[in-house]
Ligand binder design. Structure first.
Ligand SMILES: NC(=O)c1ccc[n+]([C@@H]2O[C@H](COP(=O)([O-])OP(=O)(O)OC[C@H]3O[C@@H](n4cnc5c(N)ncnc54)[C@H](OP(=O)(O)O)[C@@H]3O)[C@@H](O)[C@H]2O)c1
Length: 232
């Protein structure tokens, strides 16, 4: 039998990149997977159930969660992955860009946690995975807005680990290093000194493997933090 047969998983930011790879990996292991993103069309799409949702909108997230609970029951796995990346020095980062980073990288994970974790606690089980970043614990000059949100989401995660201890819900922060997705298109790291080349980055499937590892641990095992990086 597949490891996640009979389980329901929700993945935010699953229309491309890491989230899409995570959704495929969980589906491949037998889970019923609900994908959430702004560019998806609500409904069934072959292997997946999709919900169009802007996760920065708390009301829309509540609506998406209500739909998941009504259609599929309390999820066994939630992967809070949706995010965005601004790489700019402080003096050229606008207040609007900071607000957008906070909205998608920090407020949205809070909304997603808020709508699913209490139901998972009531069910007495579940894996709640947040996708952080190497920038949630290592500082790099030139990405203060992104780092502030990712350090923040690590604080959220660590607090929720304490808050949900003993509940049966296991919370994990997966912190990937540079991963070759569309977020790097504008940065063009191959042409810039001091950046890892795209060919040497992690693949989205590497991060998906890490999430699958977490989601398939036996119920008595809690992986609270998993850092995954390209080989040095
Ligand atoms: N790539 C890296 O090097 C790297 C490294 C460390 C951590 N991460 C983290 O990994 C996560 C995924 O990044 P990625 O590289 O896969 O980026 P990506 O390819 O740009 O994918 C981002 C995903 O998030 C969704 N999303 C963005 N804003 C959203 C919103 N407001 N509401 C709903 N969905 C939204 C996008 O879908 P729609 O546009 O369809 O909404 C898309 O599916 C992020 O949290 C990122 O910080 C990435």
């Amino acid at each position: 039998m597949s490891a996640l047969q009979g389980q329901v998983a929700v993945v935010t930011g699953a229309s491309r990149g890491i989230g899409r790879a995570v959704a495929s990996a969980l589906r491949g292991a037998g889970a019923r997977v609900v994908r959430v993103a702004r560019s998806l069309v609500t409904g069934g799409s072959g292997d997946f159930h999709d919900i169009r949702c802007d996760v920065t909108d708390s009301v829309a997230v509540e609506g998406a969660a209500a739909r998941v609970l009504a259609d599929h029951g309390v999820p066994h796995i939630v992967v809070s992955n949706a995010g965005a990346f601004v790489l700019k020095p402080l003096d050229v980062t606008t207040p609007d860009e900071l607000d957008q980073q906070i909205a998608v990288n920090l407020r949205a994970p809070f909304h997603v946690a808020r709508v699913f974790l209490p139901a998972m606690r009531d069910a007495g089980r579940g894996a709640f995975v947040t996708v952080g970043s190497v920038a949630d614990h290592v500082v790099f000059p030139g990405n203060s807005a992104y780092a502030a949100t990712k350090f923040g989401v690590r604080g959220l995660h660590e607090t929720l680990v304490a808050e949900y201890r003993g509940s049966g819900v296991r919370l994990t922060l997966v912190s990937p290093g540079p991963t070759d997705t569309a977020v790097w298109d504008l940065v063009n790291p191959d042409a810039r000194e001091g950046f890892i080349r795209r060919a040497d980055m992690l693949r989205p499937e590497d991060v998906a493997d890490a999430v699958l590892f977490v989601a398939t641990r036996p119920a008595h095992v809690h992986v609270d933090w998993l850092r995954v990086n390209p080989r040095a």
